[in-house]
Design a protein around this ligand. Structure first.
Ligand code: HEM
Length: 384
């Protein structure tokens, strides 16, 4: 174990700028931005957000004043203000049924880069697994979103329904209470952010801070009020199964073979826990670094059955310290998955680009969008 710990999160931070500057994204991702290039979004996202309310006011002012101080307009405006005040007085003093609910609330502005930084600050923990909460945050974001069904349009990243039983008790979600509890401190500091935005943002922050690609991220998820929004058990993949099952699960979400392989590349991170999934061990020797290591290990090592009383899984013949799930092995056994494993093992940049696009798409599942939303690209904590 201690040999793995050497690769803890802080050693990865130096590595994080690697793909920051030159990562490119398939058009589909960037097209979700209404106006701008990725760089523009990164540099302007926060000021734009902060300005959202004041800009509105400025524009209103410009409209009124732009008429050159027209007396008619001013009289009209005064009249409207008078009428509004009268209505407000009436409504707040007339039995109180409408009362204060008629006063529009000022929209809350959230500094998402600040929230990102707060999440980054709680990732490292020497008492947790390999020294970082990053992997379990990524798994939380993925399991919150991976319940999506494109036919019924149920499930997905909107709602944060894993807060409720029965979804919190679904076998696939075992252990994710640790991630939810850990993120509670961030929610307390930022009560206005929804859990569904927070969990998806935690996935993004974890990947970026562990050296992975920049993941374009859009806020605006809403939390469900009740357990009635929970999806039925069985929507997440079963690790003991093969290619047909994996396709059933991921095609249901709307992914293709290339995206499936890219997404499972997240198994470069973290480990299996006997008390959660029943499986045991990490996939790579650097489980807190986001790399293409899952693919290079999958192809490069000889995998043999693990001799134990637990569920069927594989260990590397040489050391017995690394492992693969039957569902991971399916990616090299299947003739349409395998070429992507080979490509990603050879070309980390291709993997990073494909992963960023697929993970972004995953986090968008089930979230209603107009297409006009701002897309955020967060700076890593080490970046100027
Ligand atoms: C065929 C699809 C998949 C299967 C069968 C699968 C299965 C599993 C299992 C059994 C674990 C161990 C959980 C534990 O014992 O703590 C795990 C962990 C993990 N999975 Fe997957 N997974 C799949 C896809 C994905 C995807 C798409 C992502 C993210 C994009 C992902 C990210 C992770 C991460 C980061 C961990 C480590 C969690 C930790 O260290 O606490 N997995 N997965």
């Amino acid at each position: 174990m201690s040999s793995l710990r050497v690769f803890r999160a802080f050693s990865t931070r130096a590595n994080t700028a690697k793909f920051a500057a030159n990562a490119t994204y398939p058009k589909a991702v960037l097209n979700t931005s209404s106006t701008s290039s990725a760089f523009y979004l990164r540099s302007l996202a926060i000021p734009n957000l902060k300005r959202a309310y004041s800009t509105e006011q400025t524009e209103q002012k410009a409209g009124g004043g732009g008429g050159g101080g027209s007396g008619i307009l001013w009289l009209g405006a005064l009249g409207l203000i008078g009428a509004g005040a009268g209505y407000y007085f009436y409504s707040t003093n007339n039995g109180g049924t409408l009362g204060k609910t008629q006063v529009p609330e000022k929209p809350k502005t959230i500094d998402y880069q600040k929230v990102y930084n707060q999440i980054a600050d709680i990732l490292e923990d020497n008492d947790w697994d390999d020294g970082s909460h990053g992997p379990v945050f990524v798994r939380l974001a993925w399991h919150a979103a991976g319940t999506y069904d494109k036919e019924s349009k149920t499930g997905g990243s909107n709602g944060a329904t894993m807060r409720f039983s029965p979804e919190s008790d679904h076998g696939a979600n075992a252990g994710l209470n640790y991630a939810r509890d850990k993120l509670e401190s961030i929610k307390q500091q930022n009560p206005e952010i929804t859990y569904s935005d927070l969990w998806s943002l935690a996935g993004v922050a974890a990947i970026q801070e562990m050296g992975g690609p920049t993941i374009p991220w859009i806020p605006g998820r809403k939390d469900a009020d009740a357990a009635t929004a929970c999806t039925p058990d069985g929507r997440l993949p079963d690790a003991s199964k093969g290619p047909a099952h994996i396709r059933d699960i991921f095609y249901r979400m709307g992914f293709d073979d290339r995206e499936i392989v890219a997404l499972v590349g997240a198994h470069a991170l973290g480990r299996c826990h006997p008390d959660r999934s029943g499986f045991q061990g990490p996939w790579t020797t650097s489980p807190t670094m986001f790399t293409n290591g899952f693919f290079t290990e999958l192809l490069g090592k000889k995998w043999v059955d693990k001799k134990w009383k637990g569920p069927k899984q594989y260990v590397d013949k040489e050391t017995g310290e690394l492992m693969m799930l039957p569902a991971d092995m399916a990616l090299i056994q299947d003739k349409n998955f395998r070429p992507w494993v080979e490509k990603y093992a050879k070309d980390e940049e291709l993997f990073f680009n494909d992963f960023a696009a697929a993970f972004h798409k995953l986090l968008e599942l089930g979230v209603p969008r107009t297409g006009e939303e701002k897309v955020y690209r967060f700076k890593r904590t080490g970046e100027a």
